[in-house]
Design a protein around this ligand. Structure first.
Ligand code: URA
Length: 277
């Protein structure tokens, strides 16, 4: 008798599963135990650690794919090489505009939005990411929230003292919060901008910027108004203050008091850093 022809792979699998089911096997286990609670906890912690690690120049925590065959770790490494090679803010802006590996670039943004303000500003503000107005005009914080921010900076005596950028350089679709991976990929450019501007103080505008730059799990309402330090690859620690986002202030005007107190703290610290009495 001729042996039966080999089963097609799908049929073989179906037949094997049927055999196991008949034998009473109804659950699949791995060889080693898996603590799924622990895995879930790590997933929850990972985003903030990922972006902060990339800002500090570590890529090892960043592993997920960005698409087009390039993983996030590779995108971060390429961004870092490009950012390091930029020896001026103009070169950095050009490198960002030509960079293809941030997924946001393919999600409907019209152009890259890098920065505005004084190239040698003593205070650098880092926001979340461009919105609709910024996407059209190519500059950060030029919409309603940006106008409020400008008024507050002027009232605090900080007009002309700032350089303003964001954690990502392309508008996220429907103004969603940028993902930690998107922030991690843009982070080397942010870090290089800090080195090139060399500000005395950093101000993190809103929860998304504070989380990405500081890698802290707390919300902005508990982080705001508290000074810490941000240290980049140049090893230079910079006093850093998270504050409330002006878009939040437009929705919650009562919180302007806290944002005002943060800006007063920035102005006072700047005076101290400059050696004023
Ligand atoms: N919100 C931000 O965080 N950044 C901008 O540039 C505009 C609005």
């Amino acid at each position: 008798m001729n042996p039966a022809p080999p089963l097609a792979p799908d049929a073989a699998l179906t037949s094997l599963l049927a055999f196991w089911a008949e034998a009473g096997v109804d659950t699949a286990y791995a060889e080693a135990p898996v603590n799924r609670l622990e895995a879930g906890r790590r997933r929850l912690d990972a985003p903030a650690r990922t972006a902060a690690a990339a800002v500090r120049g570590e890529t090892s925590l960043v592993l997920s794919p960005v698409g087009g065959g390039v993983g996030t770790a590779s995108a971060v490494a390429i961004a870092r090489d490009l950012a390091r090679a930029a020896d001026s803010l103009e070169a950095l802006a050009a490198a960002i505009a030509a960079f293809e590996l941030c997924p946001l670039k393919t999600m409907g943004a019209r152009q890259s939005v890098f920065a505005r303000g004084r190239a040698d500003a003593p205070v650098m503000l880092i926001g979340e990411g461009p919105g609709a107005d910024e996407d059209i005009q190519g500059q950060p914080f030029v919409g309603k929230a940006g106008k409020l921010l400008d008024r507050m900076l002027a009232a605090a005596g900080l007009e002309g003292e700032v350089f303003i950028t964001n954690t990502v350089f392309w508008r996220p679709p429907a103004n969603r919060t940028p993902t930690p991976e998107e922030q991690a990929i843009c982070a080397p450019f942010v870090a290089r901008a800090i080195e090139l501007v060399d500000p005395k103080l950093l101000v993190l505008v809103g929860g998304a910027a504070a989380k990405a730059m500081l890698g802290r799990p707390e919300g902005i309402l508990s982080l705001r108004g508290r000074w810490s330090e941000w240290t980049g690859e140049d090893g230079h620690p910079r006093p850093t203050l998270p504050t409330l986002h002006p878009a939040f202030l437009l929705r919650q005007p009562a919180a302007k008091k806290q944002a005002w107190s943060d800006l007063m703290s920035v102005a006072a610290r700047l005076d101290r850093e400059r050696g004023s009495p």
